[in-house]
Ligand binder design. Structure first.
Ligand SMILES: Cc1cc2nc3c(=O)[nH]c(=O)nc-3n(C[C@H](O)[C@H](O)[C@H](O)COP(=O)(O)OP(=O)(O)OC[C@H]3O[C@@H](n4cnc5c(N)ncnc54)[C@H](O)[C@@H]3O)c2cc1C
Length: 381
């Protein structure tokens, strides 16, 4: 067990257990899953049985009673093996399931969360649309009240897990004239009439994660599936779903650490002129910079997670961690590919996979620009 003075013994034990699982079950398969562009859905049930899907959820709803620190450790370790696997897990837990935990009533929590946290059902989070991305006020999917149901029409684009999700947390406008204050959240089930999901999209990276478009065509959602208050559900979700930003930061760190490890392994074993390329000052300094930035990113992530677990406001810290860690991951993965030379550029190498996977972390969960806007606003600027 590796010691770490910034972590408790329980946290180290948890991290080491996840690390061992990842090294056995995920790392050896990551390249194959990436090439096959297939999410191994059976992993959800395995992670559920281990109690890890519920790492940040209370026991009353089937969780393990942990918090943001354990969840960050989980995401970082999974991302070391495969960022795409971590992405599918994070969408299911930190977005879809966390929205139900924070905004759902008791009946909704009991109906959805125990199965979701056991990995028996899988969730997705549908916000993005053709016209709504970084600007969150442009959602065009409509939900119109009709008797004891809401009728949904519209389409959600780029939705991770949607090709196999059982339940969907969908953002739709109930009062479009009120902008952000007229958007509500709905729990939609895959087999409801009027829901259709496209074939999975081809992407640059995150090959093993699956995403598609969801179309709603006069889909009647019972009013008991409204999540949170009508008109304010999405606004409230934006305020409470900080776990996603901490998770994205942790991803960045885990992915960056994997890229660093790959670079160290290659440069210390690659011989040129009778000595390893790691003997060159350029290589040594590059590795040192990568490691230093990753350590800073992890400390920001841990700091945000600790404040969250203490129940203190942590909006700014979560945005800072997300911004810094994901931009660091992009830089570190680019340097890793550079250091691994032509071998790293080959399709079966880990370095090129990391390089393709990293960029989306800066785009999802609020782009870097949106994080900067949030931080500046919280500075009172
Ligand atoms: C692999 C992957 C998985 C995804 N999974 C999901 C998912 O599960 N659920 C989901 O809802 N969405 C998902 N998305 C979509 C994601 O939410 C969007 O990519 C994200 O919201 C950014 O929107 P956009 O891509 O439309 O960028 P755009 O909004 O078109 O932005 C383009 C550029 O302009 C900048 N920009 C835009 N507005 C501003 C502004 N006001 N100030 C400064 N800069 C600005 C952005 O920062 C960005 O650099 C996924 C995307 C990818 C690539």
């Amino acid at each position: 067990m590796a010691t770490d003075p910034t972590l408790s013994s329980e946290e180290i034990q948890f991290r080491d257990a996840v690390r061992a699982f990842v090294e056995k079950e995920i790392t050896p398969n990551a390249t194959r899953w990436d090439m096959e562009e297939r999410y191994p859905q059976e992993l959800f049930q395995k992670l559920g049985e281990l109690g890890w899907l519920g790492a940040a959820f209370p026991e009353e709803v089937g969780g393990s009673g942990g918090g943001s620190v354990l969840y960050a450790l989980l995401c970082a370790e999974l991302a070391r093996g495969s960022a795409a696997i971590a992405l599918g897990l994070y969408v299911h837990t930190a977005l879809a399931s966390a929205a139900i935990l924070h905004l759902g009533n008791d009946e909704q929590k009991q109906r959805y969360l125990p199965d979701a946290l056991a990995g028996k059902t899988i969730g997705c989070w549908g916000y993005a649309e053709a016209g709504a991305g970084a600007d969150i006020s442009c959602v065009a999917t409509r939900a119109v009240k009709d008797g004891n149901a809401y009728v949904l029409n519209g389409a959600k684009l780029y939705i991770t897990n949607s090709p196999f999700a059982d339940f969907m947390v969908i953002v739709a406008a109930t009062a479009p004239e009120d902008g952000l204050k007229g958007m509500s959240l709905f729990l939609v089930e895959r087999d409801m009439k009027g829901v259709s999901v496209s074939a999975p999209f081809k992407k640059l990276g995150m090959g093993a994660s699956e995403m598609a478009e969801i179309v709603f065509d006069d889909c009647r959602v019972p009013e008991c599936n409204l999540l949170g208050p009508e008109g304010f559900g999405f606004l409230q979700a934006l305020k409470v779903l900080t776990l996603g930003r901490i998770a994205s930061a942790a991803f960045g760190v885990g992915l960056g650490q994997a890229a660093l490890a790959e670079s160290v392994a290659y440069t210390t074993s690659r011989m040129q002129g009778g000595k390893p390329v790691s003997s060159h000052q350029f290589v040594r300094f590059t590795l040192a910079d990568m490691s230093t930035k990753l350590e800073a990113a992890w400390q920001l992530t841990l700091h945000a997670a600790r404040i969250a677990d203490a129940g203190q406001p942590h909006d700014k810290e979560a945005s800072m961690a997300k911004l810094f860690a994901t931009e660091t991951a992009t830089g570190v993965c680019e340097r890793a590919l550079h250091l691994c030379g032509a071998q790293g550029y080959m399709r079966e190498s880990n370095a090129q996979r990391f390089y393709r996977d990293c960029k989306v972390l800066e785009l999802g969960e609020g782009t870097s620009e949106i994080q900067r806007e949030t931080i500046a606003r919280l500075l009172g600027v």
